[in-house]
Design a protein around this ligand. Structure first.
Ligand code: SF4
Ligand code: SF4
Length: 291
């Protein structure tokens, strides 16, 4: 992941920053000599929204999709878990979704596949504002699309590729991943990493956790929200982001029930009392030992 950070730094330094009005030359269609060649041996990071779109398009649960089509690299430098699309184990390491006619999940292809040949970055760490983002042009040597005679603006490309919807959902995700907690060098505990993974990536299991545990005994959730998150993945994902901001960073993004707070306080008081008792017993033993 350090390599990714370095790569990002290089991009920010060396690539020309493009605005929405900037023009570039590009077209990709079955007639280009390199058609489908880019759909192999690449690292495609999947966002939570990518996973929703793909698992629903494939008729899979989030757990099935994660098991069959993704890998989650372990790296001690990672601040939070990331998910990569798993390539086939053939010689070319082709994407499992590519076929002779192109992308088999085209309508629901991931953000990264939609964006190419554009890259997107935020000018400063900690910035989660959509308007702060800027773009740059990636030119892979094998890609003949840059030689096609078609000029378009960044805004037109984003519109044609259906990116804006993905970016809107990406905004909520960036509120988590660019949170000052991470910018200040804090790390999540293993339990909190699991919570992050569950609410962001394994959405169907998160739904089970919310509806089949004592979740609603602890949190005050309106009936309309309960109805919305029971069926709607997007609403559940947004709810999950709010819950994570509460659980990971202590923000007041979700309301805790009074009874749950009181029970927690009782638990803490009991713990304190036990600690004080143990200290007093130890002190008495030391005193007797000295005699
Ligand atoms: S998801 Fe589709 S566009 Fe993306 S690499 Fe796979 S086949 Fe290509
Ligand atoms: S290499 Fe470029 S032009 Fe060729 S299929 Fe991929 S994106 Fe299209």
């Amino acid at each position: 992941m350090e390599e990714i950070e370095k790569f990002k730094e290089e991009i920010l330094k060396e690539y020309e920053r493009l605005s929405l009005d900037s023009e570039f030359n590009f077209a990709c269609h079955p007639g280009v000599a390199c058609y489908n060649q880019c759909c192999a041996d690449i690292n495609i990071f999947l966002t939570p929204y990518d996973i929703i779109r793909l698992k629903n398009a494939l008729g899979m649960t989030s757990q099935e999709f994660l098991s069959e089509h993704t890998v989650s690299p372990f790296d001690k430098n990672l601040k939070y878990p990331v998910i990569l699309l798993k390539m086939n184990e053939d010689e070319k390491k082709t994407c499992p979704f590519v076929g002779e006619k192109g992308c088999g999940v085209y309508e629901n292809r991931p953000w990264a596949c939609r964006m190419y040949p554009l890259g997107m970055a935020s000018p400063k760490e900690g910035s989660a504002e959509l308007d702060d983002d800027f773009y740059f042009l990636l030119e892979e040597g094998f890609c003949k699309g840059h030689k096609e005679n078609k000029t378009l603006t960044v805004a037109k490309w984003l519109e044609d590729q259906g990116i804006n919807e993905y970016n809107k959902m990406g905004y909520y995700f960036k509120e988590l991943t660019l949170h000052k907690f991470f910018q200040e060098g804090e790390n999540l505990s293993p339990k909190k990493i699991e919570m992050f993974f569950l609410a962001c990536y394994n959405l169907d299991s998160f739904r089970d956790f919310v509806f089949k545990s004592s979740f609603f005994d602890k949190f005050d959730v309106e009936e309309t929200t309960k109805k919305a998150i029971e069926k709607d993945d997007i609403e559940l994902l947004k709810f999950g982001y709010s819950w994570l901001r509460f659980a990971l960073f202590g923000e007041e993004t979700i309301k805790v029930k009074k009874e749950a707070l009181e029970a927690k306080q009782k638990q803490l008081d009991a713990k304190e009392a036990m600690k004080a008792n143990a200290e007093s017993v130890a002190k008495e033993r030391r005193r007797k030992g000295k005699k």
